[in-house]
Write a protein that binds this ligand. Structure first.
Ligand SMILES: Cc1ncc(COP(=O)(O)O)c(C=O)c1O
Length: 393
């Protein structure tokens, strides 16, 4: 293999001339920061997801921070989330002086266990909210979570970084809780390079987010310079943040949004392909099939008793064969910061630890060719058979 030309990257954005032309249009317009492109992106996103308010921001991390802030999470509060996530989900809770309270995942879905949430809620009166994460694009049990919200009077902010553009029985993922936050990071299902969107049906919260995403200024920057009432005057109503989305990114996002349904179909086909090819292997557990899954990630687990090599060695072998592999996630509770701050031990969340020990993520993106997909499947199959444990050891 020629590693430079034949290596199949783990992730690759799907961008075409439409995105190029949109960005060039903005570059030539004389207006680069938040303006009409961002506004149009928000209206189009609102329509797409069926929410009352969509607020474009420069990342999902900033969107999660703003959403928690807008719903009043503050010092001393506890917010339940899962340790099986990217650090952004939990760090935003710390930004506000609140504390994450980790709850284990369900074995089969990688998503937070609603049964475990209920147990924790019965013991903790300082819990103010839940951040469920639709891991890899698989919808959490939002029905159960919304029932717990009602029973314990909680705020629910969906981390929908992986789940665009999927509808479940309860509605469009990300629009079911009090607010939802999507990521347009370079590897996500649609991208603006860096970027995110907060959606909420709560008008007050939307207003707060719109003010706090831009320094706590009470008027949008566009209004100040370009509306029919130009004005140099503005008021600062709070110490806000600098989280607005520039028009260069928004223009790209608008084009990606038009392609989102097509991308989704392709990712579903890729997942179907992996299921067909890898289903019968006795050394792998494939993710559970699901109707409403965004397939941002395809996460099989090795069955360690069936192999003579570890998960890390399995990944190294696939990488050597030219396949980009990743791991989602190294659990937060085993990270030095969370261990030191909260005294978590690895065995505190057994399902999370077990999943992490055996999991790996295969490439899933619309640009993968059939030949590349065949190569990925063959590499997994060949590696498994090469290191398969025989009955006599
Ligand atoms: C589950 C999850 N939440 C939040 C984020 C943060 O997204 P962003 O990079 O847009 O801030 C990520 C990013 O990878 C993520 O995977």
């Amino acid at each position: 293999m020629n590693r430079n030309t034949d290596f199949i990257p783990f992730a690759k954005p799907s961008l075409g001339t439409e995105e190029e032309e949109a960005v060039i249009r903005v570059l030539r317009s004389g207006w680069l920061t938040t303006g009409t492109e961002a506004r149009n992106f928000e209206s189009e996103f609102k329509k797409y997801t069926g929410t009352k308010n969509a607020l474009a921001v420069n990342s999902a991390t900033s969107g999660l921070h703003l959403a928690l802030e807008a719903f009043g999470i503050g010092p001393g509060d506890k917010v339940i989330t899962s340790p099986y996530t990217f650090t952004a989900t939990a760090e935003v809770i710390r930004y506000l002086g609140a504390d994450p309270l980790f709850v284990d995942i369900e074995d089969s879905s990688f998503n937070i266990s609603t049964r475990e949430i209920e147990k924790v809620l019965k013991k903790n009166s300082s819990v103010k909210g839940i951040i469920p994460i639709h891991i890899g694009g698989r919808p959490c049990n939002m029905k159960a979570i919304m029932n717990l919200k009602a029973e314990f009077n909680l705020t629910v902010i969906e981390d929908a970084a992986h789940s665009f553009p999927v509808k479940s029985r309860e509605g469009f993922m990300g629009t079911i809780g009090d607010a939802g936050v999507f990521s347009f990071y370079a590897t996500k299902t649609i991208t603006t390079g860096e970027g995110g969107m907060v959606v909420t049906n709560n008008r007050e919260a939307a207003k707060r987010i719109s003010v706090m995403r831009l320094h706590g200024i009470d008027r949008e920057i566009w209004d100040r310079y370009r509306s029919s009432k130009p004005s140099w005057e503005y008021s600062i109503v709070d110490a806000g943040f600098k989280y607005n989305m520039p028009d260069t990114a928004a223009a790209m996002g608008r084009e990606q949004l038009k392609k989102a349904a097509g991308f989704y179909r392709t990712r579903k086909n890729i997942a179907d392909f992996y299921f067909r090819k890898l289903e019968d292997l006795d050394f792998l557990t494939l993710p559970k099939k699901a109707e409403n899954h965004a397939w941002h990630l395809f996460m099989p687990k090795i069955i360690p008793e069936k192999l003579t090599i570890s998960r890390d060695e399995f990944i190294a072998e696939l990488m050597d064969r030219g396949i980009g592999i990743s791991v989602h996630y190294i659990p937060l509770h085993i990270m030095p910061y969370y261990r030191k701050k909260y005294g978590y031990k690895p065995e505190d969340f057994p399902e999370t630890l077990k999943a992490y020990t055996n999991v790996f993520s295969l490439p899933v993106y619309p640009g993968l060719s059939e030949e590349q997909l065949e190569r990925i499947a063959s590499a997994v199959i060949d590696t498994g058979f090469k290191y398969r444990r025989t009955s006599n050891g």
